[in-house]
Design a protein. Structure first.
Ligand SMILES: NC(=O)c1ccc[n+]([C@@H]2O[C@H](COP(=O)([O-])OP(=O)(O)OC[C@H]3O[C@@H](n4cnc5c(N)ncnc54)[C@H](OP(=O)(O)O)[C@@H]3O)[C@@H](O)[C@H]2O)c1
Length: 325
């Protein structure tokens, strides 16, 4: 396992997504995946207070509730960092993001309290704003997060799916008020790049852009490092499974995709690793470094991801991959 940091906390450079745990992935499999991850040195787990409201039969708190149970049963305390998110739970059962709770000060306080209860913790390790809320002024949201940190109810603040200009505005607002700045950033990102002139099909997803990478790099150079976390790094298995590739969002349907896959396969041949592993290693070795946030439904998939943390690409391989397409 490789390691990175969120502020003063050391975390594994691979994050395990618990989105389906306790819902689509049954309890026994979910627990086995978490146990294996921890056994392999994994210390960074991702959830949200709304997973998986969009799947029939579930309400949106199943992942947090499951993780709380797993923590208690295993006696997990500080050794595993559990990041959660608020703001995207629908207010009307049966509806979608159009009725999401949003990021008002009252919602932030109420949702954080709910998450602490479900996870069984006094202090949330990382608390993200899940998606932008254009109806709430950013200072109101960031002030509410700052209050949680001051009260000891959250350790680190994160932003997920926020445009880069919002990140810069968040930096300015938190600096001016002496509030904790968002240190963890979470976006969709993988080796294949989408067309940026088309919306992503998946509701609420926002993709890493070259501008965002430049922002994170520049901020780090000025002494304000953050941890960049990439969800959906394996594109739901599309790198290796024809049925998943066929169902891929049309934003990947452009000449850059076959060009990138050709170089990916070159590096697969050179390293003896799998496509998925080369993709994960490419993200891990990026500048800024990227923490892949993988979702898995079997131990074999998890092991493939864990083994990718042992793969180090040469500078030449990384650059050829980056410049393809
Ligand atoms: N911040 C946000 O807005 C946001 C959005 C989405 C996700 N997330 C987080 O990111 C995590 C991962 O996202 P994701 O599940 O959408 O993306 P993903 O990791 O790209 O895809 C997960 C799926 O890919 C397949 N897969 C995984 N490893 C594989 C392997 N080695 N070989 C072949 N197929 C493999 C599995 O499909 P099968 O189960 O069908 O086998 C698995 O369920 C989530 O758990 C969640 O924590 C955050």
């Amino acid at each position: 396992m490789r390691y990175t940091a969120i502020g003063d906390r050391r975390v594994s450079a691979l994050c395990l997504g618990a989105m389906k745990f306790g819902s689509e992935t049954d309890d026994a499999t979910s627990a086995a995946l978490l146990d294996r991850f921890v056994e392999a040195g994994g210390t960074f787990v991702d959830t949200a207070d709304c997973y998986q409201f969009w799947v029939e039969g579930f309400e949106g708190h199943e992942s947090e509730t499951f993780l709380g149970r797993w923590r208690r049963e295993r006696g997990i305390t500080d050794e595993v960092v559990i990041a959660t998110k608020l703001g995207a739970q629908p207010t009307v059962p049966g509806t979608g993001l159009e009725t999401k709770e949003g990021l008002s000060a009252a919602t932030v306080a109420m949702a954080a309290e709910r998450s602490r209860e479900r996870l069984g913790v006094d202090r949330l390790d990382v608390l993200y704003a899940h998606q932008e809320d254009r109806a709430t002024p950013l200072p109101e949201t960031l002030g509410a997060f700052a209050k949680l940190v001051a009260e000891g109810h959250a350790e680190y603040v994160g932003l997920s799916n926020h445009r880069t200009w919002k990140l810069e505005r968040a930096r300015a607002v938190t600096e001016a008020n002496g509030w904790p700045r968002p240190r963890v950033l979470q976006y969709r990102y993988s080796y294949l790049q989408p067309r940026f002139d088309r919306p992503l099909q998946a509701g609420g997803h926002m993709h890493v852009t070259p501008e965002l990478l430049d922002f994170v790099r520049s901020e780090a150079a000025e002494g304000r490092p953050s941890t960049l976390v990439a969800y959906t790094p394996l594109l739901w298995g599309a790198y290796t499974r024809p049925e998943k590739a066929a169902a891929l969002d049309p934003v990947y349907d452009h000449p850059g995709t076959p060009a990138r896959l050709a170089v990916l396969d070159e590096v697969v041949r050179e390293t003896g690793a799998t496509r998925n592993q080369v993709v994960l290693a490419w993200l891990l070795d990026s500048d800024p470094a990227v923490v892949p946030l993988v979702g898995v439904s079997s131990l074999e998939q998890l092991d493939e991801a864990i083994e990718a943390t042992d793969l180090e690409l040469t500078r030449d391989q990384w650059t050829r991959l980056a410049e393809a397409g």
